[in-house]
Design a protein around this ligand. Sequence first.
Ligand SMILES: *[C@@H]1O[C@H](CO)[C@@H](O)[C@H](O)[C@H]1NC(C)=O
Ligand SMILES: *[C@@H]1O[C@H](CO)[C@@H](O)[C@H](O)[C@H]1NC(C)=O
Ligand SMILES: *[C@@H]1O[C@H](CO)[C@@H](O)[C@H](O)[C@H]1NC(C)=O
Ligand SMILES: *[C@@H]1O[C@H](CO)[C@@H](O)[C@H](O)[C@H]1NC(C)=O
Ligand SMILES: *[C@@H]1O[C@H](CO)[C@@H](O)[C@H](O)[C@H]1NC(C)=O
Ligand SMILES: *[C@@H]1O[C@H](CO)[C@@H](O)[C@H](O)[C@H]1NC(C)=O
Length: 467
Amino acid sequence: MDRYLIARIPTVAPSVLTLGLLALILSYGPHTVAATGSTYLVSRQSNGTALSPHFTAISDYVDSITDDLSSINTEIHSNPELGYEEVKAHELLTSFMEEQEGWNVTRSVGNISTAFMAVFEGSGEGPIVGFNAEYDALPELGHACGHNLIATASLGGALAAADVMRKENLAGKIILFGTPAEESLGGKVKMLEAGIFNDAKIDISLISHPTSSGDSPYMITTSTDRVDVEYYGREAHAAAGPWEGINAQDGLLLANSAISYMRQQLRPSDRVHGFISSAGSRINVISAKASGSYQIRANDETQLSNLTQRVENCFKAGALATGAELNFTIRPYGYANHVTNDLLAASYATFFEELGGELEPSEIDKMKDPSGSTDQGNLSHEWPSISPYFQIFNEDGSVPSSGPHTAAFEVAAGSKPAFEKSLVVAKSLAGVAVDVLTVDGLLEQIKEEFEKTKTPSLRRRSLSRNA
Ligand SMILES: *[C@@H]1O[C@H](CO)[C@@H](O)[C@H](O)[C@H]1NC(C)=O
Ligand SMILES: *[C@@H]1O[C@H](CO)[C@@H](O)[C@H](O)[C@H]1NC(C)=O
Ligand SMILES: *[C@@H]1O[C@H](CO)[C@@H](O)[C@H](O)[C@H]1NC(C)=O
Ligand SMILES: *[C@@H]1O[C@H](CO)[C@@H](O)[C@H](O)[C@H]1NC(C)=O
Ligand SMILES: *[C@@H]1O[C@H](CO)[C@@H](O)[C@H](O)[C@H]1NC(C)=O
Ligand SMILES: *[C@@H]1O[C@H](CO)[C@@H](O)[C@H](O)[C@H]1NC(C)=O
């Protein structure tokens, strides 16, 4: 399996960058190896974190349930269901968990039909570890975001951690949450608002995500808002009396242009993208209604709030210029950026590297630009969280030719090597849970770091306003 666990960095001519990297590598101590040729870095992000005595038990347990995990993984991948419609996946996962000894399953938790919660109670009060399983697919693209693998990694991880609890008579709880509708619909944010994670009193939240690029315990994502806009104008004969009309389409086109001009003044990680969904239907009638949807992304909630305001101003400009009325609606369930807890990441790295995984130094991982957005972001502002990226491969071991949300990635997400990689992640996530349950003082340190790195969270509800 080693061949797809190697994080490759392309060879580059000596430059300030390479010298900088070299300095980093050299300063990194005895664990670091810089290979020649197609250079890759073997780091020990786990430096200082001792390997758990439960490592072998975890690994063996996951291996022992490979057949069950494999059939669940395949079943979800080959039956893609959209957000909040994941009826088969919900049935499959809950009925499987109901068969597991010691697990108490609540279907449709919080009255969210395709959400669930499965609890394994240890021998008494102790740390409560949450694992999140995703299982929604994308319209027309199937499991092109590989959520089947996320479900598999969290399922395997939760079961393995519970097995260690059972055998070692450990205190605490493992909870597997079935979190539907990650794609645009914010299942976890809805569950957060419904108080499901709070009521369960979780201490940490664990999940993972497949990717076509390298492995990393650090997921860096943007905060995001999604908006719907409608312009209302007035119909008029486009030739006989256009001056009597108010052109809704022009209002929206002006706004779209204003956003395009604004892009030059955006930060490199800011994104504004969207589409016009309707703008009229008859060529000889001034358009009385136009509508579109846009998504806005920025580094964190403060920058997002500012950028969303700037985008709203662009839409207001279109309304002002044309006289059309604007209905600007921020959809519910915006996503906050994901913040990774360093200590959880280091624990993950210890297991992942022991299993043959190779990671770049955390200093490099942490400098990467954000990509995409996830509803796990909101949870990461409430509890210490990790969502490691894991690279997946095609059946023949090649890297998928394109990343998530593409047809090529959907194919890779159903491959055997991708499933095997999700088992490595399951073991590593289980390792994190067991570390939190067994290492004296670790949870306190994790919470201390969490409090120190906490940023103000700006709670903005969905809102609709006319201008
Ligand atoms: C299972 O969970 C439900 C709801 O959380 C609770 O009411 C019930 O007592 C639990 N059952 C057991 C056996 O723990
Ligand atoms: C749960 O949802 C159903 C259907 O959406 C609704 O009829 C019912 O009142 C809800 N129950 C609770 C307790 O909110
Ligand atoms: C966004 O932030 C910039 C820089 O801090 C500030 O000048 C500007 O007024 C803000 N814009 C809005 C619409 O809040
Ligand atoms: C404004 O748009 C929202 C979302 O598209 C819609 O639900 C609402 O009814 C609209 N309001 C008006 C006054 O048309
Ligand atoms: C989730 O994050 C978004 C974006 O920052 C924010 O608008 C929303 O209020 C948050 N929701 C919750 C329940 O935390
Ligand atoms: C690894 O060691 C370095 C130097 O002692 C330290 O600064 C860094 O925080 C450690 N990294 C982790 C992930 O523990």
